[in-house]
Each structure stands twice: as structure tokens, then as C-alpha cells.
Design a protein around this ligand. Structure first.
Ligand code: BGP
Length: 495
């Protein structure tokens, strides 16, 4: 066994972000209001109760529309990447990344979602981003929709529940793909397409009080079907027009363990993982799995579909599987007396063998390797880790240092598992992106203080700060790692 991890020279090392969490400029240069502009930091709500933070009702939307301020509405200001992108991309290039994942703010391109013509300034902004990346030979990975659809599609349509949205999305994606075709070959239609069942507003603009006489679960699954159709249309468009482009599905991958060897708990863990696989199954295999159809039958959920849907899904499956991984949970049939553990916006039973962050997420490096094996064995397709990172409160010292040894430890142990899996488990991995490049706004809590970046941004949870950037210790650690290129000494991870 070699003393080095060896990776292919086209392996993509990078960092990931999303428009609503970094850009700011929420109403500049023609951008329309997005659903993310209606989400605010709620100090009165426990940070572990993400559902409450993201469960927006019509009253909250009306409050947001009336308030032209941006301080309280964290995703309106982000970390002002809109005006700092050259500086940030240069710093990331100096760190040595070879890929950068970012998302397109749909309302920056079509302010109301149903506009006849795109906003030229929005298109130019993203062209400038990819040209800046090209300068440093950094491969873009672009998410078309990452929790920030145009608010108008919620107010004057029924968001993703309304089939008409597919047509608006299609116009948005073809416009963007054509405009960036010379620079972008990796596309992700939706961020964590499975998240719609956990936060239907953030993922699909669904506001429960707008469906007073409906089974809201049916509304969610109907909206999800429309997103599957839209995602298949991205695959169809890219394969038909641009042979060099790849389109990936993207899921929230949590590793789920049985709480113990009680067969009931093993069964529970399998069923919990199937709830996520249902989404990737549809996009990777091209059809609804029987267990999901059975669930709809049992819950009397009836979807409205069109005859071309089945063929469209079957003929336009994903080229790769992108996923986010943060932590693992346990599953138990009987949870009486057991503690809860959170993993991103999923939850489960606390695992006594693992540490837990302030946000209740448990740190499990072995879990990322298990997820790589699980996804490879289920789909036998190339994988792409597009999010992995540690949200933590970082302290800026008076000399503007940030000694985030805990983040170095988290990343070191997870990346060591990833490289071991590539070496030993026969998985095909396109690349690895940490979640966070600079610090940014937390998706689930709208906090700034839940920091993920290699670069600290001087800003607090209430929008106060200089927006100045400072490199953390983890910046230099990742820079060292990436400096090894295709041969990485194994002892690097034991330092
Ligand atoms: C994922 C989202 C990202 C990011 C990440 C971290 O689900 O795709 O947008 O936010 O979670 O979670 P959070 O920001 O809630 O700490």
C-alpha cells in the first residue's frame, strides 16, 4: 500500500456556495425579489428548530415585501459577493482550488420569473463570474436553482405546484446555459431536490396557508414531480445541444445507522434512507420506484401527470450524482427515551459514539465513506461531493487571525476518508467541494455566526460589520493540501 493517496489529474478540488447565501445586492441591477429575501434570522427561535425558521406564511411574506431594509433579512445582503467576487475568486485561486460551485439567482435573470425577456445585467454578472474563474483555470459547477426562486411565482402562481412553472424554469435554464455555454460544463438543476419534503417553502415556494383545502403532502409531491420534469428537461437540453455538458442530480446524503442490532432498528434505518433514495432513484434510473408509488397509494396521494412525463424521465437520467454530506444519524423503531440528532435538515437518534456540534449535527468522517459506497453500489455512476463542511462560531482575534483548528480537524478527517474510499472502494469521484468558500449566511438558520468558510467575513447575525475578509488557519491548511496535486502524502492527515 502506497504512502501517498493518488488522484487523477482531472480531479476537481473546490469550494461551494449559493447565490442567496453569498451575493447580497438583493434588489440591484434589475434583480427581482426571491423567496430567500423573505427569510430572516430569528434569534427567538432555537437554531435547531430550522423548520420553524423556514416555515414562512403569507403574513411573513407580506411583512418582508413591506420592509425595504436588508439588515434583518440576512439573505438580502449575504456577504456582498456581488461586489467582492473578483477579490474572493482571486483569494480562492491563490488557495489552489480547481473548481468553484455557485448558483444562479433565478430572479436576477428573470426578475418575476414569467418575464418575456431576461435581465441583461444579470446575465452579464454571471458571465463575469465564469470569465474570472477561467482566468485562474477554475472549473465552474453551476446550480440552477438553490432555494431562491422568484417570489412573484409564489404570489401570482402556486410556485412549483403549478405546472406552468416548468415552462418558466425551462426558459430560465436555456437562457443561462446558452449564455454560459463556452465556460460551464457541469450543471445541477436543483440543490438537494429531496429537501422539498423538509422545507417546502425554501425549496419550492410552497406556502401552506395558500392551499387551505388540500392535503399539503400531496401539494409537496406534486411540486416535486414538476421539479423532476424540469430537471429532466435540463438533461434533455444539454444532451441535445451541448455534447460536452454533464447534468447531475443532487441530494442531501445523510448516512443512517440502526441504533443497535435489533432487526427492527435495521429495518427502520433502511426505510429512512429509502426516503432520500426515492428522489435520486427517479433521476438516476428514470422512473418512480414502486415503494414510492405504494406510499402515494397508502396516503391517497394522486399526482396529476402528463403522458409525455414517463418517457421524458426515462430518457433523460442524470449523468452524475452530486450530494451534500455533513453528518450521520441513527434510526430506531422505538425512540422513547432516546435523544435526537440533527443532520442538516434531517433528523434521527443521537449516536453515543460521535461528537455533536452546537447545531446538533454529529461529526462522522467514516459516514462520508459509507455514503460513497452506498451510492456507488446503488447507482454505479460517477459521484461528486459538492458540499461537506463544519458550521461553527469562529473567533476573530485582535490581529485578525482565526484559529479554526476544529474545522481543519473536520475537513482533514473527512477528506482522508474520501481519498481512502477512492483508493480502496472502487468509487468514481469527479471531485470534492467543501461547503463554504468565504463565510456566508446559513441556509437553515439565516445566521452569519454559523460560519463555514476558509475566509472569515466581518459581519454579524444582524447585518452589522465591515464585510472585510480575513484568511483563517483552514485557508492555509487547504492550500497545503491542494499544493500536493495528484500525490498526497498520507501522513499529511495525521499532522
Ligand atoms: C445544505 C445547503 C447549503 C448549506 C448547507 C449548510 O443543505 O445545500 O445551502 O446551507 O446545507 O447548512 P446550513 O447553512 O443550514 O448550516
Amino acid at each position: 500500500m502506497s504512502n501517498d493517496f493518488r488522484i487523477s489529474n482531472d480531479f476537481l478540488w473546490g469550494a461551494a456556495t449559493s447565490a442567496s447565501q453569498i451575493e447580497g445586492a438583493w434588489n440591484e441591477d434589475g434583480k427581482g425579489m426571491s423567496i430567500a429575501d423573505c427569510l430572516r434570522y430569528r434569534p427567538e427561535i432555537d437554531v435547531k428548530n430550522y423548520k420553524k425558521v423556514n416555515d414562512v406564511d403569507t403574513l411573513e411574506i407580506e411583512t418582508a415585501i413591506k420592509d425595504s431594509e436588508d439588515k434583518n433579512w440576512a439573505k438580502r445582503h449575504g456577504v456582498d459577493f456581488y461586489h467582492h467576487y473578483k477579490e474572493d475568486i482571486e483569494q480562492l485561486a491563490n488557495m489552489g482550488i480547481s473548481t468553484f460551485r455557485f448558483s444562479i439567482s433565478w430572479p436576477r435573470i428573470f426578475p418575476n420569473g414569467d418575464d418575456l425577456e431576461p435581465n441583461q445585467k444579470g446575465l452579464e454578472y454571471y458571465l463575469n463570474i465564469v470569465k474570472e474563474l477561467k482566468k485562474f483555470n477554475i472549473e465552474p459547477v453551476v446550480t440552477l436553482s438553490h432555494y431562491d426562486m422568484p417570489l412573484n411565482l409564489v404570489l401570482n402562481y402556486n410556485a412549483w405546484y403549478d405546472r406552468e412553472i416548468i415552462g418558466f424554469y425551462e426558459k430560465f435554464m436555456t437562457t443561462v446555459i446558452d449564455y454560459l455555454k463556452k465556460y460551464v460544463k457541469y450543471w445541477i438543476p436543483f440543490n438537494e431536490i429531496d429537501s422539498i419534503v423538509r422545507h417546502p417553502f425554501a425549496s419550492a415556494g410552497l406556502v401552506k396557508d395558500r392551499f387551505p383545502n388540500k392535503n399539503f403532502n400531496e401539494v409537496i409531491y406534486q411540486a416535486m414531480h414538476h421539479q423532476f420534469i424540469a430537471a429532466a428537461k435540463v438533461v434533455e437540453y444539454c444532451h441535445r445541444n451541448y455534447k460536452n455538458m454533464s447534468v447531475g442530480t443532487m441530494i442531501t446524503k445523510t448516512t443512517v445507522y440502526p441504533y443497535n442490532s435489533d432487526p427492527r432498528n435495521v429495518l427502520k434505518s433502511l426505510k429512512q434512507m429509502r426516503e432520500v433514495y426515492a428522489f435520486s432513484d427517479i433521476q438516476v434510473r428514470g422512473f418512480y420506484p414502486d415503494f414510492l408509488l405504494k406510499k402515494y397509494e397508502d396516503e391517497k396521494i394522486v399526482l396529476s401527470t402528463q403522458k409525455e412525463d414517463e418517457k421524458l424521465l426515462l430518457n433523460n437520467t442524470a449523468d452524475f450524482i452530486a450530494f451534500s454530506y455533513y453528518s450521520s444519524v441513527c434510526a430506531a423503531e422505538d425512540t422513547e427515551g432516546l435523544s435526537v440528532s440533527l443532520a442538516n435538515t434531517t433528523s434521527g437518534v443521537y449516536n453515543e459514539f460521535l461528537p455533536q456540534t452546537k447545531w446538533g449535527w454529529q461529526v462522522d468522517p467514516t459516514g462520508i465513506r459509507i455514503s460513497l459506497i452506498e451510492l456507488t453500489d446503488r447507482y454505479n455512476k460517477p459521484l461528486f461531493i459538492v458540499e461537506n463542511g463544519l458550521g461553527a462560531e469562529d473567533e476573530l482575534t485582535k490581529n485578525h487571525n482565526i484559529h479554526d483548528t476544529y474545522r481543519i480537524d473536520y475537513l482533514s478527517r473527512h477528506i482522508q476518508q474520501v481519498l481512502t474510499s477512492v483508493e480502496e472502494d472502487g468509487i468514481r469521484l469527479i471531485g470534492y467541494c467543501t461547503w463554504g468558500a468565504t463565510d456566508m449566511i446559513s441556509a437553515s438558520t439565516n445566521q452569519m455566526s454559523k460560519r463555514y468558510g476558509f475566509i472569515y467575513v466581518d459581519l454579524d447575525d444582524f447585518g452589522n460589520g465591515t464585510y472585510k475578509r480575513y484568511k483563517k488557519d483552514s485557508y492555509y491548511w487547504y492550500q497545503d493540501l491542494l499544493s500536493y496535486g495528484t500525490q498526497i502524502p498520507k501522513e499529511f492527515f495525521n499532522e
